[in-house]
Design a protein around this ligand. Structure first.
Ligand SMILES: *Cc1c(COP(=O)(O)O)cnc(C)c1O
Length: 449
């Protein structure tokens, strides 16, 4: 078996996610045989550093011995069981630990099998909460511009990345979209905190106008990852929590991408000192091993559904694999590592190295911004540095960086004109410096006339 052989078989039967399949007429795909730590190895023996954590899911490397063992141990006991009317130790232990480590006041865990499904759960639960409380006229959600919450129809409805949303608009709920506090758009001399405060006026107005018909505000705390890794100051979240309370509207924190140490704290909400009404978790929850998501919510929400059966107030949502024991075991193995090692402290040092390694790119004639929040560092490439005019998307310049990186042994997959590092936490300082060099070479190539 070699790369070519497997690729040919793949192209005759597999339809890949987020891909124009015709691209593969000239863009070879990379079949991976095995992974270890930050490394992925293909069938021809080439190795690649997984600089994007396999779409932001991997935390402690591929084939992590400790997580492997946790799954193996569970596999010998119980692979799966219905979670309605039945339970199992991994889901109980995981729930106890999530309640313990998430912000104070979050006391109940509901499970699903993907990030998008968790967002659907949070939206439905919030709507249903208000209905059970006699306010069924609340049917709307407020979200931020440039937000991303997943690909299912409900999640797309509260997202704002046109590339994924526009085609399906006729099928979607109408949400209320408010200008994000994106610090990329700061004025000269303005700090990110000032942008957050200035932009909050839009949220305040939306809440004043729509609170009576609104179930919840949904946000990605601190980093809009799919929206080109745009970042904002935690002050916005503090203001948002206060305003949601004042207007009597739920706050949903989608920490699917930013949770589990990615932004420098275990959860991004901690940096604003807030507790949302719903926290959506997935991606890193299982260390990047198995599909699992959780919505962690409050006793107030839970009590709104707790009633006599005949009242029909129960939350009847379910998925076949809700609370899968193998996935819960992977999550417990992941949380064990957080407990045994000073992951957050080590990440802080790695984040410093990422910042230093990318620093020289600030002076690049086609780089508008180098930005960073914890273990996410992004470089925004533009056609014109002074006006920040972007390269036309049709030119697909990011693709050149991707192709160059593969040749150099790195999986660096830009989002349009934004290249980023979001590596597994087991990466070394030397590997970070290598990735920064590869990114710089890629940007040089991609911006060559
Ligand atoms: C990835 C992501 C989702 C969707 O999760 P899936 O598991 O891909 O369905 C939702 N919200 C955010 C912030 C994400 O990054």
């Amino acid at each position: 078996m070699n790369n070519d052989h497997l690729t040919r078989r793949d192209l005759s039967v597999v339809w890949h996610p987020c891909t124009q399949m015709k691209d593969h007429e000239y863009l070879p795909m990379t079949p991976i045989r095995r992974g270890e730590g930050v490394w992925l190895e293909d069938y021809d023996g080439n190795r690649y550093i997984d600089a994007v954590s396999s779409w932001w899911v991997n935390l402690f490397g591929h084939a992590n011995p400790q997580i492997n063992q946790a799954i193996r141990d569970q596999l010998d006991q119980l692979e799966h069981v219905i979670l309605a009317g039945f339970t199992h130790e991994p889901v109980v232990r995981l729930s106890e630990r999530l309640v313990q480590i998430t912000p104070p006041g979050l006391t109940r865990c509901f499970y699903a099998d993907s990030g998008s499904a968790a967002v659907e759960v949070a939206l439905k639960m919030s709507f249903h909460y208000w209905r059970n409380r006699g306010q069924g006229e609340r049917t709307r959600f407020i979200c931020l511009s440039n937000s991303y919450h997943g690909e299912t129809l409900g999640a797309l409805s509260v997202g704002d990345v046109a590339l994924y949303k526009e085609t399906y608009r006729p099928l979607l709920m109408q949400s209320i979209t408010v200008q994000a506090p994106d610090c990329y758009h700061r004025e000269s001399g303005e700090s990110c905190e000032q942008v957050a405060e200035r932009q909050f006026a839009h949220m305040e107005r939306a809440l004043a106008d729509h609170a009576h018909e609104t179930c919840a505000v949904i946000v990605e705390p601190l980093v809009q990852c799919a929206g080109h890794m745009r970042m904002y100051h935690p002050r916005y979240l503090t203001l948002l929590r206060e305003a949601c309370d004042r207007h009597g509207v739920h706050l949903i924190a989608d920490e699917i991408a930013v949770g589990f140490g990615r932004t420098g704290t275990l959860f991004a909400c901690e940096q604003a000192g807030i507790t949302p009404d719903f926290m959506c978790l997935s991606k890193g929850l299982t260390g990047g091993y198995l599909p699992l998501s959780a919505v962690v919510t409050t006793d107030d929400v839970y009590q709104a559904f707790y009633d006599e059966y005949e009242k029909l107030n129960a939350f009847l949502h379910s998925h076949s694999y809700t609370g899968n024991p193998l996935a819960c075991a992977a999550a417990l193995g992941t949380l064990d590592i957080f407990e045994q090692e000073d992951v957050i402290g080590r990440n802080r040092r790695l984040a410093d190295v990422m910042g230093e390694a990318l620093e020289p790119l600030r002076a690049h004639p086609h780089v508008a911004e180098v930005r960073q929040t914890g273990m996410i560092a992004a470089v925004e490439m533009v056609k014109d540095k002074a006006s920040r005019e972007p390269y036309p998307w049709q030119e697909r310049r990011g693709l050149r960086i991707y192709q160059h990186a593969l040749k150099r042994g790195a999986l660096l997959r830009p989002l349009g004109n934004v290249s980023y590092l979001m590596p597994p936490y087991v990466i070394t300082e030397e590997q970070i410096r290598f990735l920064a060099r590869v990114m710089e070479e890629g940007i040089d190539l991609a911006t060559a006339p």
